[in-house]
Design a protein around this ligand. Sequence first.
Ligand SMILES: O=C(O)CCC(=O)C(=O)O
Ligand SMILES: [Fe+2]
Length: 854
Amino acid sequence: MEKSADEHVEFQEKPDHKGSVLEQDALYQAYASKDSEWHQAMTKRLLRKVDWHLLPFLILMYLLNFLDRNNLSQARLGTLEEDLGMGGTDYNLATSILFVGYLLMQLPSNLILTRVRPSLFLGSAMAIWGVISACQAAITSFSGLIVTRFFLGFVEAPFFPGAVMLMSSWYTRQELSHRIAWFYAGSSLANAFGGLIGAGVLGNLSGAQGIAGWRWLFIIEGCITVGISLLSAIFLPNYPASTSWLDEEEQGYAQWRLMHDAGEADEVGSTSIKEALALVFADKRIYLFILLQHVSLLSQNFQYFFPTIVQTLGYGNVETLLITAPVWIATFFVSLLVTWTSGKTNDRSIHIMCLMTVSVVGGIICTVTTNIGAKFFAMFLMPMGAVSAYQIIIAWVANSFPRPLVKRSAAIAVANMIGNTASIYGSYMWPASSGPRYIPGGSATAAIAFLVAVLAFVIRLVHAHMNKRLEEEENSGSQLSGLSELETRSASFTSIPILDFSQVKTSKSAFLEDLRDALVNVGFFYLRNAPVPIQIQDDFTKKALELFDLPLEKKLEIEMVNSPHFLGYSRLCAEITALKPDHREQFDFATELPAPGPDEPLYRNVVGPNQWPDEKAVPGFRKAFDDYLSELSTLAESFQILIAEALDLPSNALDQVFDKPQQHKLKLIKYPAPTTSDNGDSGFQGVGPHKDSGFLTFLLQGTPHHGLEVQNKNGTWISAPPIPGTLVVNIGRSLEALTGGICTATTHRVSLRPENFESSLGSLGPRFSFPVFQGVSLDLSADKISLQIPDSVRSLVKDEKVKSDAEATFNKMFHGCIGEGTFVARVTSHQDVGQRWYPEVLEKALKGQKDFLV
Ligand SMILES: O=C(O)CCC(=O)C(=O)O
Ligand SMILES: [Fe+2]
């Protein structure tokens, strides 16, 4: 019984969503500012339409896909075997050979899939299998049948992954699994219709025009398939942007949702299948699940022989097929019900055990009795139990290997592939010679169904045991990693996680878990729904742009070199990072604080009063700035607590780290488009590879340009494009130092490739970005503040060796006094300021850099 040979579609990348950066930006603007209630209502409105337009047609296609594969069992009730001179296990070979083609095509079809539009792909595949299916009518020999069945399997294989792929351009990952459950349930209906159509054809057309009934069956069903495949060009949508049944707002929103969901998809696409498989096989439970899925599929093999078995009830062919219809309709409703209760009660194993018991009883009754009423009853019991249980098993596999995502995909794929080989040999359990009672098949099915129940119970025990151990170890505070060796091997992330701040209220523990992972293994994350009123953000952005528009002489009035506190305006290329000038122009402002007294350590000079622009030149700037920095300071403060909690420390553990008041910096940066790209692959240096100095950085990307890049632990650069409604948050050297390196300050840069400044509608103009650097108390040093980070958090660090292009001179410095590290970093970045105010420090620091270089 085939149901899901194809589920490794999770390896597919999502199709590209067309649309220029500018168009995307318009979407960003439109949707980012809405609140979560609006998003919920909009999602509901959209899903209602998409469900009705997409699912029925796809289910119809799946129904035909299924029908064309399984109608051999109805054809057998006609004169198929007689006409083709078949006997013994010939029919079983004809059934199983289809799965050879079906399984062989898995890989190639998944490769093709990534390159074609889903609706075209699905429509063409369907037309071809429809033609081959109809051609079966012309077969005159058994060998002809075998060859045709092999190819039928081959061309039917791409449908399922293609359909899931199409759905994935409409549904988010989370929405998808529920839709796939409906999709599966639809196959029960296919079985029902198969019986009805078969009955109609064999009953009315046998011998019509001198053509055997089974040949008519293939002709009619093949032609229906081809007909529907042509309609797919009209009815099957491709992508949200080109769909007439959505209004403009819905089209935009549908795209916008998927752009958000795409982050994870990239991660899937770029992790090698080999790596994913290694992860899966390191978890011993996978062997149990593979076995479970395999025997579960084996326990459903009666389906191919169903019409034949029902025939033993003693009715004629037509009545037999009519009888099977209600069986499948009942199964359909039962499976909808039990997948629902299983989800509601969060139970899998007991559901499976109960359902399989129903199937065992069915198998036993079927074998031991010849009483027609009892046998008919058994016909209902077998599929109701086994088919419904299978749907729960699929969900169980997916839920048992939740993280990382690639592991889940691989687990599903492996369990399905190996599981489905049951369809190749399972059909031999039902040789025609064993009818009418089919004692070997019936009793073996009952035994196998029992085995499914036993395995479900074993897995339940294994999980219970694991949970208990976890609890004990947590209680005793022992050093539990809970991770297998393979899982700890690498945290070289391929995408940047997105955290949702609204979860702090709704499900804080989930938020903290994601935060913990981001802190120890990525060092970067997007933060959605940060509590910063959009109006304040917009006003600030507007005023910032006005500031950059001032004539140069106005800006030079507040040039940074005038101030010993590293605050003020820096011209293009004035700042130096990784020993090279950055191609950007900027204003550095900070929480307004007095300059340090003459007796205070020199490094305290990174704090001091701002140089404000002339209020008349940009009226309202100071207020807009203060409002924004004040919001961001509040947000930063809430992270003092969240980070402590994420690291399993008391929530006030980091209080000692911050001054009252604490200086935070807000930098306004403009990156003009480069005139040439003379910097090789990485493009022109907007800002060179570096780690920020502070605790956390909260970055607002003001324009839709790509260019911000983050270096993962392998040294690979990962793009961090702007995502609407989010801030980019990253760890600075101070937090890294305070946690003894448990939290990672991740190296990042801005690359100015000319293409980052272009969209299909023309030039994007300069890139603007606005980072807020959260400060810490400057007198601290890592050894003075000893945070006792629990082993349970330490053990989550997956990759100790980190490749970084950031300057290493500062690595040690930050482990001493944080103020000194920050001060030296500032002097070397702003050498004009250093030269004027701190020439000795600059000289020493430059020498330090040189020593480091030789
Ligand atoms: O412009 C950006 O997106 C990043 C700027 C940055 O990393 C910095 O100024 O530290
Ligand atoms: Fe930075």
